[in-house]
Design a protein around this ligand. Structure first.
Ligand code: C6P
Length: 425
C-alpha cells in the first residue's frame, strides 16, 4: 500500500531517496518543528536525546484519554476492555517491530534505563556469584554501566570492559581475553549515542554463546533508526525507549527470551504481577505481566504503538537510507571546518556526530548555536568513559532523524563557522 509519505510508484535506488522521501509531508506531521527558537526557525538536531512527536501519536494519546481511559486487565466494562485491547495491541506492535517470537516476550518499562535495571536486578542479583564476570564495552551509556556496577557490588562479580579503538569501533582483536568461562552476561550498546558506531552485535553474541554467557543489547539508539531483528541478532534481552522513536516519554520495552523470563524472579512487587496473594506467600502472574507491577503506562504504551505505526507507514528501511544520506552529507561538510575534531569514524555508523572545534568550549558552542535557532546537545552525553578515552570533558553532538534536511545541516555548519570565528577573535 502506498502511503502519503512515499511518492514512489516502484522500488527506487539509494540515489532516488532524497527526491522521493517526502520530507515536506513528514515535517508537517510534527507541530513542534514549526516554531521559533530564540526568534529563529527551530532546527532540531538533538534527536539522540529525544525525538519530536507527530500528530498521529499526539492524537492517539489524546483520543485515548478522551474516549477510552480506564485501567487495564481489571475492569469488565466496555471502556476498560477497550483500553486493555489497545494496550495489548501495542505490545504486539512492539513485538512485530523488532521481530520478537511473540508478544509475551515484550515487557513495557519506563524506558531503556529501567529495562536494563530490570535485567540487572531480576536476573543478575540471583544468578551472579563472586568472581563471575559481567562484560560490557567502553562505549556504553551510563544506563548500561551503573546497574551492573551496583549488581557487581552486591554479588561480588566483576565488571569488565571491551576497549574502543581510536576510530570509535570496538577492539575485538584478542577478544578471547574478555570472553572467558567466567563471563556470565555480555551487555552491549547497539549504536553509540556519542560516536554513532553501529556495533557487530550478532558476532559479539555468538562469542558470548560460545562461553555460555547470556546477552543483552541496548537498542536505545538503534531501534528508532534501522531494522532490528532480535531473533536474527540472537540476543537474550533487548532494550529500547519509545521517546527516541517519535513515541511518548515514560515508556520503553524490554524484550526477553521467554524461558529466561519465566525462570527469573520478579523485579518489583505490587498489583498486576501476582496470581495469588496470602499473608504468607504469593505466586506470580504469567510473563510478561509478572514484570509489570502496578498500573502500567497505558496511554504511553498505546502512544508507542502509534509511533510504530507511523514509522512502519514511512518504512524503517527508507528512514535508514535517508538518514545515512544525511549523515554522509553532514560529515562531508563538517570535516571541512577548520580546527574541527570529529569523534568516531566507524565505517558502519548512524546519524549521530560528536565534535569539538579548537578554541571553542562545547558549552559555548551549544549556546551560540541556540542563538541561531539550532538545538544540539553539549556535554558528556551520559557516557563519561568515552570522554575519558578521547581525553575530553565534553563534546557538541548533532543527531538527525527522518524530518531533518540538508538545509538544516548547512545552517548548522554556517553557525559553527560563525561561532568559531567570533570566539577565536
Ligand atoms: N541517551 C542521549 O542524549 P532512557 O533515558 O532510559 O530513555 O535511555 C537511556 C539510554 C540508554 N542507552 C543509550 C545508548 C542512550 O543513548 C540512552 C539515552 C540520551 O544520548 C539521554 S542521556
Amino acid at each position: 500500500m502506498e502511503s502519503r509519505y512515499d511518492v514512489r510508484s516502484s522500488k527506487t535506488t539509494i540515489g532516488d531517496i532524497m527526491n522521493t522521501f517526502n520530507i515536506d509531508n513528514i515535517r508537517q506531521d510534527f507541530p513542534a518543528l514549526n516554531q521559533l527558537n530564540r526568534n529563529r526557525p527551530l532546527v532540531y538536531l538533538d534527536n539522540a536525546a529525544t525525538t519530536q512527536k507527530p500528530n498521529q501519536v499526539i492524537d492517539v494519546i489524546s483520543t485515548f484519554y478522551r474516549t477510552s481511559n480506564a485501567n487495564v486487565h481489571r475492569g469488565i466494562y466496555e471502556i476498560s476492555e477497550r483500553a486493555t485491547e489497545a494496550f495489548e495491541s501495542a505490545r504486539q506492535k512492539a513485538a512485530d517491530f523488532i521481530h520478537a517470537e511473540d508478544s509475551s516476550s515484550i515487557i513495557f518499562t519506563r524506558g531503556t534505563t529501567e529495562a536494563i535495571n530490570l535485567v540487572a536486578y531480576a536476573w543478575g542479583l540471583h544468578n551472579l556469584s563472586p568472581g563471575d564476570e559481567i562484560l560490557v564495552t567502553e562505549m556504553e551509556h551510563h544506563s548500561n554501566i551503573i546497574p551492573w556496577q551496583l549488581i557487581a557490588r552486591k554479588t561480588g562479580s566483576i565488571l569488565r570492559y571491551i576497549p574502543i579503538n581510536e576510530d570509535g569501533t570496538l577492539n575485538l582483536e584478542n577478544s578471547d581475553i574478555f570472553f572467558t568461562s567466567k563471563t556470565k552476561i555480555v551487555a552491549v550498546i547497539h549504536q553509540s549515542n556519542v560516536l554513532g558506531t553501529i556495533n557487530p552485535v550478532k558476532e559479539i553474541i555468538q562469542q558470548a554463546k560460545q562461553v555460555g554467557a547470556i546477552s543483552l543489547v541496548d537498542g536505545a539508539q538503534s531501534t528508532p533508526h534501522f531494522k532490528v531483528d532480535v531473533q536474527e541478532i540472537g540476543c537474550d534481552f533487548f532494550a529500547f525507549s519509545g521517546h527516541k522513536m517519535v513515541g511518548p516519554t515514560g515508556v520503553g520495552v524490554l524484550y526477553g527470551k521467554r524461558e529466561l523470563l519465566e525462570s527469573m524472579e520478579p523485579f518489583q512487587g505490587g498489583g498486576e504481577m501476582i496470581k495469588s496473594v496470602t499473608f504468607e506467600e504469593s505466586t506470580w502472574n504469567d510473563v510478561p505481566w509478572k514484570f509489570e507491577a502496578g498500573t502500567p503506562n497505558i496511554a504511553q504504551a498505546i502512544g508507542l504503538g502509534a509511533a510504530i505505526d507511523y514509522l512502519n507507514d514511512i518504512g524503517i528501511d527508507q528512514i535508514h537510507t535517508y538518514e545515512q544520506e544525511l549523515t554522509e552529507y553532514a560529515l562531508d561538510i563538517l570535516e571541512k571546518i577548520p580546527g574541527i575534531q570529529i569523534y568516531g569514524q566507524a565505517p558502519n555508523r548512524g546519524a549521530v556526530i560528536s565534535f569539538n572545534v579548537d578554541g571553542v568550549h562545547p558549552h559555548d558552542m551549544v549556546q551560540f548555536l541556540d542563538q541561531d535557532g539550532i538545538a544540539v546537545r553539549g556535554g558528556h552525553h551520559c557516557a563519561q568513559p568515552i570522554m575519558k578515552k578521547f581525553n575530553v570533558s565534553a563534546t557538541t553532538r548533532a543527531s538527525f532523524y527522518l524530518y531533518n534536511t540538508r538545509d538544516e545541516i548547512d545552517h548548522l555548519v554556517e553557525s559553527i563557522n560563525k561561532t568559531a570565528s567570533f570566539l577565536r577573535r
